[in-house]
Design a binder for this molecule. Sequence first.
Ligand SMILES: *[C@@H]1O[C@H](CO)[C@@H](O)[C@H](O)[C@H]1NC(C)=O
Ligand SMILES: *[C@@H]1O[C@H](CO)[C@@H](O)[C@H](O)[C@H]1NC(C)=O
Ligand SMILES: *[C@@H]1O[C@H](CO)[C@@H](O)[C@H](O)[C@H]1NC(C)=O
Ligand SMILES: *[C@@H]1O[C@H](CO)[C@@H](O)[C@H](O)[C@H]1NC(C)=O
Ligand SMILES: *[C@@H]1O[C@H](CO)[C@@H](O)[C@H](O)[C@H]1NC(C)=O
Ligand SMILES: *[C@@H]1O[C@H](CO)[C@@H](O)[C@H](O)[C@H]1NC(C)=O
Ligand SMILES: *[C@@H]1O[C@H](CO)[C@@H](O)[C@H](O)[C@H]1NC(C)=O
Length: 325
Amino acid sequence: MRSFTTSAVVGALALAGSASAASATSAAPTAAPTSNTTCAQSFYILVARGSGEAVVPPGSLKYPDYTGLAGAAALKVQSQIPGVVIGGVVYPALDGVTTTGNLNLTAYATSEANGTTAIADEITAYTKKCPGVKIALMGYSQGAQVVQDALCGGIGGDAKFSLGGTTTGFNAYAPISQDLVEQNVLAVALIADPSHIANTTYDHGNSTRNGVFSRTNTTACNPYVAKGLYGSWCQADDLFCDSGTSLNIHDYEPLTYEDQVAQFLVDRWNNYTTSASPSGTGSASGTASAPSGTSTTNAAGRVAGALGQPLLVGASVVLAAWLLN
Ligand SMILES: *[C@@H]1O[C@H](CO)[C@@H](O)[C@H](O)[C@H]1NC(C)=O
Ligand SMILES: *[C@@H]1O[C@H](CO)[C@@H](O)[C@H](O)[C@H]1NC(C)=O
Ligand SMILES: *[C@@H]1O[C@H](CO)[C@@H](O)[C@H](O)[C@H]1NC(C)=O
Ligand SMILES: *[C@@H]1O[C@H](CO)[C@@H](O)[C@H](O)[C@H]1NC(C)=O
Ligand SMILES: *[C@@H]1O[C@H](CO)[C@@H](O)[C@H](O)[C@H]1NC(C)=O
Ligand SMILES: *[C@@H]1O[C@H](CO)[C@@H](O)[C@H](O)[C@H]1NC(C)=O
Ligand SMILES: *[C@@H]1O[C@H](CO)[C@@H](O)[C@H](O)[C@H]1NC(C)=O
């Protein structure tokens, strides 16, 4: 199947010619709004889907449009915290797999840069429309890299691949302003991030290796890490976030870590409402329900063992049929 080695990447690039996906310094047009711009009464969860994930969930899969499978964790949060709204980042999420099975990095980088711009514009627009609503950012796979590039700035100077004979990185966008993030973003949850950095304080899962596009410049996002915003989940041997060998592990990862990711967001929210109203008035407003381990309504209809019926989602992402009542 597809391989994601350096030579495969370079090979794909050679085929792709000199198209520049990294020339991202020109003014970007205004991005489309997120898939749901309703002002949340509690938490707004904005999700960036992974490569090749369909906008509208195919078959029996259940997630909000544009969120991909990571949206399932968001639904779980919504079932526990009243007033949550879930939106998806509107961006191509191109898989970029060529007919030979290699990654077409031109397509991937173009899509990724589109998402990075989109998410920055969409957060700006949403916070203008819904001032005071706290935001959680979630991303899976390419979507995780999109979130990270938006928050930390493009991988930029950290050259990671050769494009048309020029060594370059993904994009050169500046990070979202620190004020915008610190005033509005309460949590950042990354799943199977290709720009994963191993052994950080916010890593979860059993990966011990860096991702294939591991980030080296974390200057802009270090303050958010220090404030506890971050969680990053990566499983050992994942093809992308752990530079491993398994695409299958990668494809299942939103399900593997769904409960942990949902719990993280619920904890972030509960900690926020607790600290925002130490007298307890915050919880009296009905924003939080039992946070720990109560996977109730949605989860009840979902069978962990129902991972039997493969579906083709996008060009190469084989996922499990999975029911959410
Ligand atoms: C946005 O989210 C709200 C709350 O879950 C829901 O009622 C509404 O139908 C959603 N709108 C769209 C366009 O998905
Ligand atoms: C980004 O992708 C969307 C489709 O998701 C497209 O409508 C938009 O034109 C793209 N933006 C740029 C700058 O290419
Ligand atoms: C790679 O993607 C670019 C941009 O989508 C496209 O123009 C090019 O034809 C693709 N190359 C291959 C080998 O598929
Ligand atoms: C690292 O990121 C910061 C913040 O975006 C930026 O100011 C700095 O120039 C970057 N450093 C390098 C070496 O690219
Ligand atoms: C990593 O964690 C996964 C999920 O918990 C587990 O199935 C797998 O065996 C672990 N792998 C290693 C190498 O520990
Ligand atoms: C992360 O820590 C593990 C265990 O200490 C170690 O084997 C591994 O090499 C480390 N990874 C990196 C990228 O430093
Ligand atoms: C919530 O607050 C507790 C107590 O301060 C802390 O230990 C925990 O790490 C916080 N959880 C999250 C997800 O921020």
